[in-house]
Design a protein around this ligand. Sequence first.
Ligand code: PGA
Length: 253
Amino acid sequence: MRKPIIAGNWKMHKTLKESEELVNLLKRQLYDMEDIDIVICPPFTQLAYIADMLEDSNIDLGAQDMHWEEEGAYTGEVSARMLKDASCKYVIIGHSERRQFFGETNKTVNKKVFTALKNDLTPIVCVGESLAQREKGLTFEIVREHLDEGLKNLNGDEAEKIIIAYEPVWAIGSGKVASSEQAQEVHRYIRDWLSKNYGLTLAQEVRIQYGGSVKPDNIAGLIAQEDIDGALVGGASLDADSFSAIVRGSKKG
Ligand code: PGA
């Protein structure tokens, strides 16, 4: 059985002091959650500090992005080794906001996935269509392209280590959650893609998160779906009560 995984993507929010408050509350509210992997992804500047706070907890640390090169003259960038050094276990790769505003492509996603794995980080690889693409009936085509190109040349040993996040762009930060059925349909498609490329056993092992306006009141319907193994949460992860409620609501029934 796949263990549900809930990750909070804080995006460009919170000062160190605000983060400290949130982490203290989360630790208190979630200390007894054992059957769910819990991850928070704060901004880079806070990773090492928060890592210390999480040392004795059941919450893991992730980053929101990284560069694909091991090191070098890349002003402003952060490497996988630096993330590892800051005690990150996960890294989000190919988030739609990176694609939309910072020139992320399937090609750079692919390079980053390899570098993350090489450095023993678990990549959370984001895929998903825009509203215009959905309306044109291109959802599966776009998701397939993201998978074909973003995961290109990954062998089975590598593919089994990743997490995929299906995030329809039109549902991110918009309050418009995909219906559980709409999400399940694409999650199934992703699992079928994994099965075709890597076999059924591996496909059954890889966790696929849903992301896009996940809130305490819609997590139950999403997690009840056969192929939804958790959530990548933006806005609702900035508040301890709502993130904790989402984590508590994500036990597979
Ligand atoms: P949201 O963001 O929950 O605020 O819609 C999700 C994400 O971008 O990962």
